[in-house]
Structures are given as structure tokens and as C-alpha cells.
Design a protein around this ligand. Structure first.
Ligand code: NAD
Ligand code: MG
Length: 394
């Protein structure tokens, strides 16, 4: 029998992290959990540590680390407890780690995902913000180290599965006309502008098809999530923005498509369950059991398609604009969005002001290209400061 693969799950206590551990637990002979990380949810991390017995655990700060260390000692569970952002990079680069699930939310996930790329790991990428903030740097790091980059975002997994097996990043050479990203349209698809002005955080987090963390749920409601995914697709698949089309498909059965020159459209279908793209990325090119029910075609309702409404959901347009502007514009867009979404979730910003804060930040902060991680992180901080002032002024 071959040796199990060592896995580090960054953001283990989140929605993608928990789904990853659900799939991993089904295959103890294939995977060994080497490291688990969480920010502040110590109870959940403690439970996961008892179950998966990782060699390393990472938490946000020294106090959290001390408290977790004590609980683990009482429970007789070994494992080194580290803390801080540097420790995330450290566990992502360990020699005994073969694959890194990058499932931290936001730009906070970039340094550790990039460390995995630089260390030549198999990167299972859920943290789309890494590619939005640092697309060029990230892809160059993957190429330089020989790392492999497997998408976990369901749309990108669908595209990955619909591309030719030998796809080398050149759509023209592979006869590809378009990448079609499907979007559920989120919980507010049918709301008027006037209704959108009054929606609150819990309404936004009640997604019709997917159960996800709160930040991405709000992004799905504003369609910024789809905008971030357009930028993610650009970097993952080497496609120009003009070749990326967004189609609203409320049932979330078709997870995305590739349209070829000869008129063929290849699509990937399935139940809206993240364990499918997670299992696909974990085992590719093999297919493993993920605990997901088979799609029952006889119980499917109609599959419908609409154009996205950029008047009511301007965040999608802002993301296309930022991609076209290039340089650090996508990093600025992302930082402003994180600030605005956090303010909305905290009850300090109206839903309809999220795109306003993002647009103002994009016009107020310089977007000339940074060529290093430090430069990008400085730009991210500058954009956050600007966006915070915008939020305060709303
Ligand atoms: P979540 O909020 O449920 O979990 C986030 C995880 O990151 C938690 O473990 C948390 O402890 C950790 N974390 C948060 N802030 C951190 C910080 N500053 N430093 C270190 N760790 C931190 O989020 P999620 O819904 O699982 O999403 C994770 C990522 O995956 C996001 O980038 C999201 O866009 C992407 N994604 C999620 C889904 C989904 O179904 N949830 C689907 C596609 C892509
Ligand atoms: Mg997605």
C-alpha cells in the first residue's frame, strides 16, 4: 500500500475546512492530517484535533495557543500548537505536507497559500482572494516551483473538468470560445432596488442553494463573489476577460461550462455540495467517494438561465472593470469589499452601500502594479484605510 498523503487544512474550522475533513475522514488510508489551522474557533479546532490527531495546530495568538495547549494536554492529545500568520506559512511549507487546502477567508489567506505555492505543494485552492489580490505573483510562483494548483471553487472545478486534459493555458490553441461561469443570483435575485436598501446581514446569509461562511454569502448576494470568480478564472485558465461570460442559473445544477469553437459546450453538473469539488481536487485525476448524493434527473425542476442585472448588482461590473484596469486594481477592489462586507455584517453599512464603498476606493487609491507580496500587502492596507473612511462617511 502507498503511503498516505500528508494534508494541511488552513481554515479547518470554516465551511470549506469542515467539508474537507468530512471527505478526508472517508479515506484514512489515502490521507493523513498533518496540520489544522483556525483563527478563533477554538472549540471546533479542539474537537477536530481530538479526531484527526494532527502534528501541528495553528491559532491566531499566544493566548489562544496557551488555552488550546492546556485543553489538549488534559485530553491526552499530542500535537504542537503554534500561533500567528508566520506559523500558517510554516505549516503550509512542511516537508511532510504533500497537499495544502487553502480555505482561509479573505486576503488573510494569501501569504500561506503563496508559501504553499513557493514550496511546490499540491494546492487545493478555495481562497479565491489569493488570485484576486496576487494573480500574477501566485501563478508565477506555481510555475517556478512546479507546484500544482487545483481549483476548489465549484465553478472553477467545473471548468477544470470541462477543459481538455492537456489544456496548457491557451484557449485559442484548444479551440475555446468562451468560459461560462454560472451564478445562482443569490438570495436577492428578484429584489427591487428599493427592497435591497432594507436587507440585513441575516437575509444576505440565507443563500438559496449553498451553505457557506458569512463573508462569501454576502459576496454571493452582491454578486461580488461572481466578480472575484471572473478574476480567479482569468488567472487559473489564462482567459481574457472578453472570453468570460456570467450566466445566472438559479438552480446551481450546472456549475459552469466551456464553449468550444465547433459549437460544443462542455458542462459539469452535480448537487450543490462543496464536497464534490473538494474530493475532485484532493484525488485528481482519480475519483473518490465524497458522501454526495447522485443527481436525480427525474426530480430536477427546470433549469433556467438569465443575464445578470448590473444595475441592481454593480459589484460584478466593478470586478470586470478592475480586471480590465489591471495592476493592483483587483487587490484594491478586494480590500475595499472586505471592509464593506465586514461593516455590513456588523450592522454599520447598508447593503446598497457596499458597491459605493468599493467604487470610491477604486477611484481614490492608486492602482499601479506592485511586484512583490510586501507591495501588494501595503496596497491592501492602504485600500482598507481608504474604504474604512468611506464606510464612516456613508
Ligand atoms: P468561513 O468563514 O466558513 O471559514 C474561514 C476559515 O478561515 C475559518 O477556519 C477561520 O478560522 C479562518 N480564518 C478567518 N480569518 C482568518 C485569519 N485572519 N487568519 C487565519 N485564519 C482565518 O469561510 P468559508 O466559507 O469556508 O470560505 C473559505 C474560503 O473558501 C473563502 O475564500 C471563500 O471565498 C472560499 N470558498 C468557499 C465556498 C463555500 O462553500 N463556503 C465555496 C467556494 C469558495
Ligand atoms: Mg464559487
Amino acid at each position: 500500500m502507498t503511503k498516505p498523503q500528508g494534508i494541511a487544512v488552513l481554515g479547518a474550522t470554516g465551511s470549506v475546512g469542515c467539508n474537507t475533513l468530512d471527505v478526508v475522514a472517508r479515506h484514512p488510508e489515502r490521507y493523513r492530517v498533518v496540520a489544522l489551522t483556525a483563527h478563533r474557533q477554538l472549540d471546533k479546532l479542539f474537537e477536530q484535533a481530538c479526531r484527526f490527531r494532527p502534528d501541528y495546530l495553528v491559532v491566531a495568538d499566544a493566548d489562544a495557543a496557551a488555552s488550546l495547549r492546556e485543553r489538549l494536554a488534559d485530553a491526552g492529545v499530542s500535537g504542537e500548537v503554534l500561533h500567528g500568520a508566520g506559523a500558517l506559512e510554516q505549516v503550509a511549507s512542511l516537508p511532510e505536507v504533500d497537499a495544502v487546502m487553502a480555505a482561509i477567508v479573505g486576503a488573510a489567506g494569501l501569504p500561506s497559500a503563496l508559501a504553499a505555492a513557493r514550496a511546490g505543494k499540491r494546492i487545493l485552492l478555495a481562497n479565491k482572494e489569493s488570485l484576486v489580490v496576487a494573480g500574477r505573483l501566485f501563478i508565477d510562483a506555481v510555475r517556478a516551483s512546479g507546484a500544482s494548483l487545483l481549483p476548489v471553487d465549484s465553478e472553477h472545478s467545473a471548468i477544470f473538468q470541462s477543459l481538455p486534459a492537456d489544456y496548457a493555458g491557451d484557449p485559442e490553441a484548444s479551440g475555446i470560445r468562451k468560459i461560462i461561469l454560472t451564478a445562482s443570483g443569490g438570495p436577492f435575485r428578484n429584489k427591487t432596488m428599493a427592497e435591497l436598501a432594507g436587507v440585513g446581514p441575516d437575509d444576505a446569509c440565507r443563500h438559496p442553494n449553498w451553505s457557506m461562511g458569512r463573508k462569501i454569502s454576502v459576496d454571493s448576494a452582491t454578486l461580488m463573489n461572481k466578480g472575484l470568480e471572473v478574476i480567479e478564472a482569468h488567472w487559473l485558465f489564462g482567459v481574457a476577460p472578453q472570453r468570460i461570460e456570467v450566466v445566472v442559473h438559479p438552480q446551481s445544477v450546472i456549475h459552469s461550462m466551456v464553449q468550444y469553437r465547433d459549437g460544443s459546450v462542455m458542462a459539469q453538473l452535480g448537487s450543490p455540495d462543496m464536497r464534490t469539488p473538494i474530493a475532485c481536487a484532493l484525488a485528481w485525476p482519480e475519483r473518490i467517494e465524497a458522501g454526495v448524493e447522485s443527481l436525480d434527473f427525474f426530480s430536477l425542476s427546470d433549469l433556467t438561465f438569465e443575464k445578470p442585472d448590473l444595475q441592481r448588482f454593480p459589484c460584478l461590473r466593478l470586478a470586470f472593470d478592475a480586471l480590465a484596469a489591471g495592476g493592483d486594481a483587483p487587490a484594491v477592489l478586494n480590500a475595499a469589499n472586505e471592509v464593506a462586507v465586514a461593516a455590513f455584517l456588523a450592522g454599520g453599512l447598508r447593503f446598497v452601500d457596499i458597491p459605493r464603498v468599493v467604487a470610491a476606493t477604486l477611484s481614490g487609491v492608486s492602482c499601479t502594479a506592485s511586484d512583490s507580496l510586501d507591495g501588494l500587502l501595503a496596497r491592501d492596507r492602504e485600500a482598507r484605510r481608504f474604504a474604512e473612511a468611506e464606510v464612516a462617511a456613508c
